[in-house]
Design a protein around this ligand. Structure first.
Ligand code: ADP
Length: 484
């Protein structure tokens, strides 16, 4: 008998994406199907999502979902079941998923995502008779209230299923003033230090973590790191108190989307055996970024331009990178000061540094398929996906030793190279000396073609498909539900 799981998320590929969360929420249902788990995804009805369920069946109509008219509409996310919360006053707007523009959150985000949580708790409580759920899996603060509602305000008479709270990034916690509490439709008993109250306000991620049967995060190293003040962002005490109820399961990548042998975005496809074909992609990428062909490695960066991602340190290292024969193609957006600093660096190093500000999925594939090395100098990184794509594409990851980057890349030190295990370059601590040394080391390795090729091939052989992670989540669900 299939286990029925309701996955609650604020974004999922192929419908809406701002970051790694969407990749995970989109791939997980398909990865779980072979393990006897049927995962239904609940998404907010943003315009792009409503397009996909235009002819969908209405499962339920609300007159008053936290004061809103809303409907639950059935659809498909890929081949798996989808339910969309159609609440036009909350989600039918132009602009970003979380704000009009980066850094300008919608002022009613607390209401938008509490409504999503309330609807999830209703579904889990049997609101739609034909769809019952054995477990609720909430992703990040935007979905966390689902577990708080299940704990403090479940559908009367219903059996409350276990809940999993997955943290994709501890830096985003959904914290609001205490005045919103009375709008949430929660009983007064929820207002307590191990409930939704957090530093005198409402802490949504915190409330989800308190209510969850198990908390997971997206790599074993990050699960350890968030026990410390440096990475726990104020919630480290709660993490420690949950003990072995905090687990780390590393993300996978979707081989249907990210496979250089069949990638439709690449000028030329290739495998580990036909790596020389990558040269065509590299030439095309150089031309696309206005870079001069050269003898040194072509570094790429595909990233949000933020402090978390170490992009300020990368800016400092660019003159060194160019000075030792490297070139850089960067695709990203985020912090506007960093965006102009990268543009200025490109102007300073014409033909050596090319910068594209924006978001471009197809270009990100071409960069992985043509670049020599991908730089990921994150100060913290719960899992990270771009280094996994780099491994699969023979675009050697050069990464900070933190979170999922530490768990997925094997540094090309002598022992690892002799053992045939090295897959990339790691460095500890993100600052000018460590990053510039890592860039130098990468350039040195690149000029040893046999060693470089071995590193590329090892990475391409590593299995970061969803098979293992899918099994780990399925086992967790079985442990919590007691169902086989
Ligand atoms: P995060 O979720 O913290 O941003 P991840 O590495 O987990 O970081 O996931 C980032 C995802 O977003 C990857 O799939 C990456 O390829 C993609 N991405 C990031 N920036 C861009 C961009 N400017 N254009 C296209 N894809 C991007």
């Amino acid at each position: 008998m299939a286990l029925h799981v309701l996955s609650v998320a604020s974004e999922a590929v192929p419908l809406v994406k701002t970051g790694g969360l969407a990749d995970v929420a989109g791939a997980l249902p398909g990865a779980l199907a072979p393990h006897g788990v049927e995962m239904t995804t609940l998404l907010p009805g943003y315009p792009a999502v409503m397009m996909a369920v235009k002819r969908g069946r209405v499962l339920h109509g609300y007159d008053d979902l936290l004061g809103q008219h809303a409907r639950l509409v059935a659809g498909k996310l890929g081949a798996q079941p989808l339910i969309v919360l159609d609440a036009p006053a909350l989600f039918a707007r132009e602009g970003g998923l979380y704000g009009a523009a980066a850094g300008h959150d919608w002022p009613d985000n607390w209401l938008r995502f509490s409504a999503l949580g309330r609807a999830a708790a209703d579904l889990a409580g049997g609101l739609v008779k034909s769809r019952g759920f054995d477990l609720v899996h909430a992703h990040d603060w935007q979905a966390a209230m689902a577990l708080a509602y299940l704990r403090f305000a479940p559908v009367k008479g219903s059996r409350v299923p276990p809940g999993v709270m997955t943290i994709h990034n501890m830096a985003f916690q959904g914290y609001y003033g205490r005045e919103v509490f009375r709008e949430l439709g929660l009983p007064r008993s929820a207002w307590k230090f191990d409930g939704v109250e957090y530093h005198g306000g409402v802490g949504m991620l915190k409330a989800g973590m308190e209510a969850a049967s198990v908390i997971t995060t997206v790599s074993p190293t990050y699960a350890q790191e968030i026990r410390s003040a440096q990475f726990g962002m104020g919630l480290e005490g709660l993490v420690v108190s949950r003990g072995d109820r905090v687990r780390g399961i590393v993300n996978g990548i979707d081989p249907a989307e990210w496979n250089p042998a069949v990638d439709r975005h690449l000028p030329v496809t290739y495998t580990a055996r036909t790596l020389t074909r990558r040269a065509v992609n590299k030439r095309a990428l150089e031309a696309e970024f206005g870079l001069e062909p050269g003898g040194g490695p072509l570094f790429v960066v595909i990233s949000r331009l933020t402090w978390q991602k170490g992009m300020d340190v990368l800016l400092e290292v660019l003159d060194h990178l160019v000075g030792i024969g490297g070139r850089l193609a960067l695709l990203g957006s985020g912090d506007s000061a960093m965006e102009s600093d990268f543009r200025a660096a490109a102007a300073r190093h014409p033909g050596r540094i090319g910068v594209r500000i924006g978001y471009d999925e197809a270009l990100s594939h071409r960069m992985q398929g043509g670049g020599d090395a991908i730089l990921v100098p994150s100060r913290f990184e719960p899992c990270g996906l771009t280094q996994l794509y780099g491994l699969a594409y023979g675009c050697v990851p050069v990464v900070a030793r933190t979170g999922g980057l530490a768990d997925t890349v094997i540094d090309a030190n002598l022992a690892a190279r002799e053992a045939g295990a090295a897959t990339g370059v790691q460095f500890s601590g993100v600052d000018y000396p460590t990053l510039s040394a890592a860039v130098s080391r990468t350039v040195g390795l690149y000029h040893q073609p046999a060693a470089w090729r071995a590193i590329q091939r090892n990475g391409m052989k590593a299995d970061f498909s969803w098979t293992n992670s899918g099994r780990a989540y399925a086992e967790l669900y079985r442990e919590l539900t007691g169902k086989q």
